[in-house]
Design a binder for this molecule. Sequence first.
Ligand code: PA5
Length: 445
Amino acid sequence: MDKISLNIKDVLGTVSADQIKALDTKAAEALAKVDNGTGAGNDFLGWVNLPSSTPASLLDDIQATADALRRDCEVVVAIGIGGSYLGAKAVIEALNNAFDAYIPQPGTPKVLFAGQNIGEDYLYELTQYLADKKFGIIVISKSGTTTEPAIAFRMLKEQLEKQLGKAEASRRIVAITDKARGALRQLATEEGYKTFVIEDNVGGRFSVLTPVGLLPIAVAGYDIKALINGAIEMENATKDANDKNPAYLYAATRNALYQAGKKIEILVNYNPKLHYFGEWWKQLYGESEGKDHKGIFPAAVDNSTDLHSMGQWIQDGERTIFETVLSVAQQRHTLVIPSDDANLDGLNYIAGKRVDEVNKMAELGTRIAHVDGGVPNLQIVIPALTERYLGQLIYFFEKACGISGYMLDVNPFNQPGVEDYKRNMFALLEKPGYEEQTKAIKARL
Ligand code: PA5
């Protein structure tokens, strides 16, 4: 198996192959809009050919920058939110040892994240933790003005400068931002930070395969060339307007399900390393499709953990859901369940089996039960959690998202809705320039 693969047979009791086929024209038009740049938001299509057009020199520069941070730091804090955070977090968690935080690994800095929330205790505890550490900062913000990362950066920059002095601190800070505009670009120029550019035509949630995701992933010690090569394989596999193209098939199938009343898609994993992949996917699809009062609501569960919390709802609740299951074929390690003479827990019937075999039967049993219960299932088989297959998976979901958004007749590449909370927050905080809104919102309280 050299690629991730998509299996839709377990949706065919809800929508027929003909119903999916009936969307062919719409899916082909949507694919053409993505590939030819003829749809709404076409100035944000820089991600489409990005893997194959990433210069080797850029990857080398990212690797050299990561190596310098790895040499100088015990901890590197990646500061960013949304698309400037979730992709790196998802890939690092998928590849990491689950107990990495507790295992000292000389030569490999811990990659921590900040600026993805405004939790006072989170930031306080981070600054305390960093007090006696050699640390560096990767600050990521396309706009350079997003409140959450700006607060975290202001604090950690001050701390780093106090620890090292301004000149040395500047050598441990890397900024990833717009090529010319924004506060972060200006600051980076003034302070002489090493910088990488987020191109204008790549939106935040499509930016994991740019320096935004690649630098933190390289600092964590993972192979960014293999990640990009995997993405190139999927770029090549998602060009044709037919159901051999997995992104086309996924987009058409989920739209057929949506038309059949399935308004919620749950991304399911059976491997806790994929928790943050679900978070990344929720942003990708939620921000791309949820507009004009339309869009499949993206949710995610971690099984079998969540079978003991959400399992009841999924099996038996309102029949408005479908599932897309991420199924990891090969585990990295082998662990066999031991036999026990007393057998008080009654587990001897599975003694000698691998833990993964039990997990796979939980997965299969759940799939059959959910399909029987009226929850159609798509399955994506991932050969193993490696950089290459994660690169494939990321590009697959990005391409499918563009196609699916156009099939829904929305602009998949803007996010006007996220401005509303910011406007209210700025008015409540009395930000200069928001005087009228401050008066209006305070009158409502
Ligand atoms: O997808 C998006 O565009 C957003 O989620 C942004 O990535 C997020 O708001 C962070 O923005 P910025 O990188 O400008 O700080």
